[in-house]
Design a protein around this ligand. Sequence first.
Ligand code: 5AD
Length: 343
Amino acid sequence: MKELIYKIVEGYEPTLDEMEKILSLNEEDAEVLFKAADEVKKRYFGNEVHIRGIIEFSSYCRADCYYCGLRCSNRSLPRYRMDKDEIIECAKEAVDAGYRSLVLQSGEDLYYTKEIIGEIVERIKEYSDVAITLSIGERSFEEYEYLKEKGADRFLMKHETADESLYNSLHPHSSFKNRIGCLKNLKTLGYQVGSGFMIGLPGQTLRTVAKDIMLLKELDVDMAGIGPFIPHKDTPLGKYDAGSAFLTVKAVALTRILLKRPHLPATTALGVLNTKYKDKVFFAGANVIMQKVEPHKYRRLYEIYPKDIKFEKSIREERKKLENYLLSLGLEISDSRGDALKI
Ligand code: 5AD
């Protein structure tokens, strides 16, 4: 297995069968995979972690994803929208606290027209050359184009699962083809593009996970978020088990040795499971972490899946606390925007 892993490090493209074997390694044997992934990560990114600030600016969503607490059919969740000035103020505060990269994320909320989002992006950019990533779901080519012109740098939209029929059954409002079409449009327009998927969706197999990773490769993503599924009680998948943290880290590590250059976050969902893999993932390929920066009154309402909201401090204090935590693990904090690595 070690031989196969290092062949991949040197550029060999594994078959789906070989990938499945790697993904089924036990805890002891997976150490060699994690070590190889850590070496590749260090080669490209050194020991630095990028901290991205995320502003979850609206929890309204027109989509009806079977796994997500924000789905439009969930009537028990109180919804919020931040207004333009509130979002811009929040972004400025985050920039002042040291963030060089911000993610503007929301449910699929068409209240925010391209003009509104465009103005937000433009005004943040006037204040700072902070990298702006949008994560607002499926829109038209023309809207993506407009937002790129207004200054958006990056876009995050996970493919969620590479199994087309599973995708279509979990997303009654849209289709796999449309999702992939959007990702390709974003690439064409010159965005740095992030995709990703969940581990442990009901109906997923190791084969699917192998295909998920190959799809990231095909899409030539600049970033990829791989996180465990976490059940939310007010959704149709509320009674299923959470995805495995261990398998999540194996998937991150395999993605790192195969794709090499994408930014790979230690996902929030992996942190929520709070296992030893929460830290370990930084030594198995991950080099990014996201930190919420919107006002606390909104955070508990952005309930994609259940989680604890721990401290109520300022953006600056929370960043400091996270930095100290990462430093205590022996990692370093990047002070750059963390743009896509082109190799
Ligand atoms: N568990 C884990 N991740 C989820 N997401 C949505 N619902 C869940 C859930 N129940 C992830 C999806 C989506 C991102 C915003 O959150 O991957 O792309």
